[in-house]
Design a protein around this ligand. Structure first.
Ligand code: SF4
Length: 320
């Protein structure tokens, strides 16, 4: 097994390749993501009879809460930059199309929206979040064209689980094959990909979670976002939760799932998220979970205690 030991000796305090560490290494300063809701919708919701989407999804489709009711793209960007400058003296930014499916429009319309937003500030990266069944060759070509402007381009692809049975159970309305097709297409155009997984989905325990992690690890992913399942009051899952049919992993259990996942992921994979964020007024459960910084601290502490690290069990390093 050939493990990249340089990674540990250079950065001994890091037990995993966190997003903030990755950005600081790349840009040598703090970089801030600016989340934009460009008014895209979700094709899955559009196709469904009563506009219902994935069981865990809220009416806002991951819109950043700090945007309030602002709909104008320039105002969203200007407002966020103003805040970041005042509070953190920020001056390096990444543009993040976050809410709903941000490739859900014809390529010409996508181009005009992306161009407009990118012209609002000197961004270093473009991140576009979408569904695996909402990307095609023309859209991939458009996205990769932004690299010619010197931008790093990422697509965030929601997989959530590598089990088709689970995808049906949570009403994702796409298959694992759809995800693989989208992944291959984006890779063909040299676009970096962040995969989203949710731990604690109905019908899934440690075995199913680790199967999803190993499936993603086999792709040698650029980035991953791990979410612990949140029950939003505005999601269809809330009713199931009220009926007592869902038990969510505790903070300790999610920490253990996360550590196991990190051990199986390549060291180079950027860990962009380990927990879910939900506005407090929409969150039904879990209500007593550790906050984000405590969660990261507990993961690091426990990994040090267990003498483990990201990539310790990644089999992709085995050669011959
Ligand atoms: S989670 Fe994404 S794909 Fe699913 S309904 Fe919500 S916006 Fe659509």
């Amino acid at each position: 097994m050939s493990i990249n030991t340089e990674w540990f000796t250079t950065f001994p305090r890091h037990t995993f390749n966190s997003y903030s560490y990755y950005l600081k290494s790349l840009y040598k300063q703090r970089v801030y993501r600016i989340s934009v809701d460009a008014g895209f919708t979700c094709p899955h919701r559009e196709r469904s009879i009563n506009n219902s989407g994935c069981l865990y999804c809220s009416d806002h489709g991951s819109r950043a809460p700090y945007l309030g009711s602002e709909t104008d793209i320039r105002s969203q960007i200007d407002g966020t930059i103003l805040f970041l400058k005042k509070r953190y003296n920020a001056h390096v930014y990444i543009l993040f199309f976050q809410a709903y499916s941000n490739t859900n429009a014809p390529p010409e319309k996508l181009k005009s929206i992306y161009d407009f937003a990118l012209d609002c500030a000197p961004f270093k990266e473009l991140i576009v979040s979408t569904r695996p069944d909402c990307i095609d060759e023309e859209k991939a070509k458009l996205l990769t064209s932004y690299k010619d402007r010197g931008l790093k381009v990422w697509v965030e692809l929601g997989l959530q689980s590598a089990s088709d049975d689970t995808l049906i159970r949570i009403n994702r309305k796409h298959t694992v094959k759809d995800y693989l097709n989208a992944y291959a297409l984006l890779k063909k155009y040299g676009i970096s990909i962040t995969t989203h997984l949710i731990f604690g989905l109905p019908g899934e325990g440690e075995e199913e979670i680790m199967k999803s992690v190993e499936f993603v690890a086999d792709l040698n992913p650029d980035g991953i976002k791990i979410h612990n399942l949140h029950i939003r009051k505005s999601s269809p899952l809330f009713k199931t939760y009220l009926n007592g049919e869902i038990v969510l992993p505790s903070a300790e259990r999610h920490r253990d799932y996360v550590i196991s996942a990190l051990e199986y992921l390549p060291q180079e994979t950027v860990i962009m998220r380990l927990t879910c964020d939900t506005p407090r007024d929409d969150l039904a459960s879990p209500l007593s979970f550790w906050n984000k910084s405590r969660f990261y601290e507990e993961v690091r502490k426990e990994m040090e205690k267990r003498n483990t690290w990201q990539g310790k069990k990644y089999t992709g390093y085995i050669s011959g």
